[in-house]
Design a protein around this ligand. Structure first.
Ligand SMILES: NC(=O)c1ccc[n+]([C@@H]2O[C@H](COP(=O)([O-])OP(=O)(O)OC[C@H]3O[C@@H](n4cnc5c(N)ncnc54)[C@H](O)[C@@H]3O)[C@@H](O)[C@H]2O)c1
Length: 114
């Protein structure tokens, strides 16, 4: 019995690093994992590694700065596995940080204009 049995987990930035390792770990705990990343080749390879280890995984190519891509990701996860239980917003890069407030719009957040 895994700690994430019957859960569906979306992991962004899952092609490499922390996200990739998290996808393998979550799947080993029973989650069906949706790997999302802008690096399609490495993302597909990571999803294949999850499946080779006995897990259930699918890959979706996204740019997390695109609202359209993220809506498509949620839709695809729901259509493929029927729910979304865990969301690991991991994709990102080192750089300037900004405050998240009620005044933030998606456009400002995505483009970094405050
Ligand atoms: N590694 C560390 O020590 C550390 C420390 C503090 C915070 N973090 C943060 O943790 C997160 C993951 O770190 P990591 O070391 O695994 O990084 P990594 O560079 O190994 O992996 C980041 C992944 O995110 C993907 N990605 C980047 N921008 C994207 C975008 N716009 N859309 C979709 N995918 C995108 C990359 O393709 C890559 O697969 C990052 O946000 C990083 O800033 C890492």
């Amino acid at each position: 019995m895994g700690r994430l049995d019957n859960k569906v987990a979306i992991i962004t930035g899952a092609a490499h690093g922390i996200g990739r390792t998290t996808a393998l770990l979550f799947a080993s705990e029973g989650a069906r994992v949706v790997l999302a990343d802008q690096d399609e080749a490495a993302g597909e390879a990571s999803a294949a590694d999850v499946r080779s280890a006995g897990g259930e995984a699918t890959f979706v190519r996204v740019d997390v700065a695109s609202a359209e891509d993220m809506q498509g990701l949620a839709r695809e996860a729901d259509e493929t596995y029927g729910s979304i239980d865990v969301l690991f917003n991991n994709a990102g890069i080192e750089g300037d940080t900004q405050s998240f407030t009620a005044e933030c719009t998606l456009e400002k957040m995505c483009r970094g204009r405050f």
